[in-house]
Design a protein around this ligand. Structure first.
Ligand SMILES: Cc1cc2nc3c(=O)[nH]c(=O)nc-3n(C[C@H](O)[C@H](O)[C@H](O)COP(=O)(O)OP(=O)(O)OC[C@H]3O[C@@H](n4cnc5c(N)ncnc54)[C@H](O)[C@@H]3O)c2cc1C
Length: 384
């Protein structure tokens, strides 16, 4: 590690882990390594030549140019099967198909064979299922920004999807808004710890004495309000429960293990980074298309001229709505969640105690729920 002065990067409590610095370092001197809470953080190695490029491109250290108010739509995919596999109305899949049909490349979050959440690039529709659905863990960017540049340099159209901090990191890494790059940020109310998730996966494997092979974080089941958390194991058995009843759901309800920066997130606003933004359209009037609401409706914000142009060509079902309506029910568009008072106690225990004890103390379903919990409440604006 460095003896001389390290470069100036975002302070730890504001670093989003976007990985722009690690991707942009000309010497590959910055490694993203897990901290004690299990979040990937930039670590500067002896290979640093103090060129200052990482400081220059860190999105946290730069003020963003404000954008004009987005246009707001309630949208859904006419294909019910795709919609059922999607977190909200399945709008992402149509967007991705549009890019893939044009010979482009789509970047987004997928679950790998060890159930780690990482950004991958896909070129074929047959791989699209890997990107569908919300993965409720902070996704690892790896060298994705370098690969985005690689494809753009070769003339491909690229769609990059991710949390707003990841999209901002990509733009800062590229240093420009290339014509062939389309970005879509997802509405995000905080990124859960990959380290905590890895421990949950290990403990599920221990309990079942089998390797987990796949996970669905918030699957839809016809006729059920709650989303399903489902993990499949080698040999065919599965853990399947409503997300709120699962240990992951318990931790999410209490927002126990979100990245520290998420509690002061500058992107929790209607001033978006991506050409388009996608979320779940909550808070629509109950009598507004109830059947469609039961299947999931995406909230789509059109934030740029490029976004508007693509949006017009997508074969989505769409209805114009108001920004007020969108903001009223979605905390991701107004303000970050406050740090819970027991966050420190949780991570103290996480660092010192066997994970089995941490689970029993903090993630047990017997812990009293304040005001009930559902995926809807998870993304809902807090009540004052
Ligand atoms: C950590 C997290 C927090 C969220 N918070 C909110 C919220 O506050 N309000 C709200 O309305 N919706 C929230 N969502 C849901 C998310 O906005 C929906 O996935 C989005 O609405 C797209 O839905 P869809 O049906 O159009 O397509 P889907 O097929 O559900 O969307 C898939 C897209 O989501 C991206 N994605 C999935 N998981 C991740 C991840 N871990 N990191 C980066 N990108 C990911 C994929 O790359 C892909 O682009 C959250 C999702 C995540 C992962």
């Amino acid at each position: 590690m460095l003896e001389h002065t390290a470069p100036h990067l975002a302070p730890k409590d504001r670093c989003t882990g976007c990985s722009a610095c690690a991707n942009g370092c000309p010497k590959g001197a910055i490694h993203m390594l897990p901290d004690r809470e299990g979040f990937l953080c930039p670590t500067v190695t002896d290979a640093c030549i103090q060129c200052g490029h990482c400081t220059h491109i860190c999105p946290v250290l730069k003020q963003r140019e404000p954008r004009s108010e987005p246009a707001v739509f309630a949208v859904w995919n006419p294909d019910d099967t795709v919609r059922c596999q999607s977190g909200a109305g399945g709008a992402f899949s149509l967007l991705a198909e549009f890019i893939l049909d044009d010979g482009g490349v789509v970047f987004g979050a997928a679950v790998d064979e060890d159930l780690r959440v990482r950004h991958i690039a896909i070129k074929h529709k047959s791989e699209l299922h890997r990107l569908r659905g919300a993965k409720l863990v902070q996704s690892e960017i790896g060298d994705s920004f370098q690969r985005v540049r690689h494809y753009l340099d070769r003339g491909h159209r690229v769609l990059f999807t991710g949390t707003p901090c990841q999209v901002d990191g990509l733009y800062r890494y590229l240093g420009e808004h290339p014509e062939k790059l389309l970005t879509c940020d997802i509405l995000c109310s905080g990124a859960p710890s990959p380290g905590v998730w890895a421990n949950l996966v290990r403990s599920m494997a221990y309990i079942k004495q089998k390797k987990p092979t796949s996970v669905q974080f918030c699957g839809k089941l016809t006729g059920e309000k709650d989303r399903r958390f489902r993990v499949e194991f080698e040999g065919g058995s599965a853990y399947d429960a409503p997300l709120p009843k699962s240990e992951l759901g318990q931790g999410l309800r209490r927002r126990l293990f979100l990245r520290p920066a998420c509690h002061q997130c500058p992107y929790a606003s209607t001033d978006r980074v991506g050409d388009l933004s996608l979320g779940s359209f909550r808070g629509l009037p109950k009598d507004y298309l109830p059947e469609e609401q039961a299947k999931g409706i995406s909230l789509l914000l059109v934030n740029s001229r490029k976004g508007a142009h693509i949006f017009d060509t997508l074969p989505l079902k769409k209805e114009k709505r108001t920004l007020c309506e969108a903001v009223a029910a979605n905390v991701a568009l107004s303000a970050p969640y406050e740090k819970p008072t027991d966050r420190e106690a949780f991570f103290d225990a996480f660092a010192r105690q066997p994970f089995q004890q941490v689970r029993t103390r903090f993630l047990s379903s017997k812990a009293p729920a304040k005001g009930g919990f559902s995926l809807k409440n998870l993304f809902k604006k807090k009540e004052h």
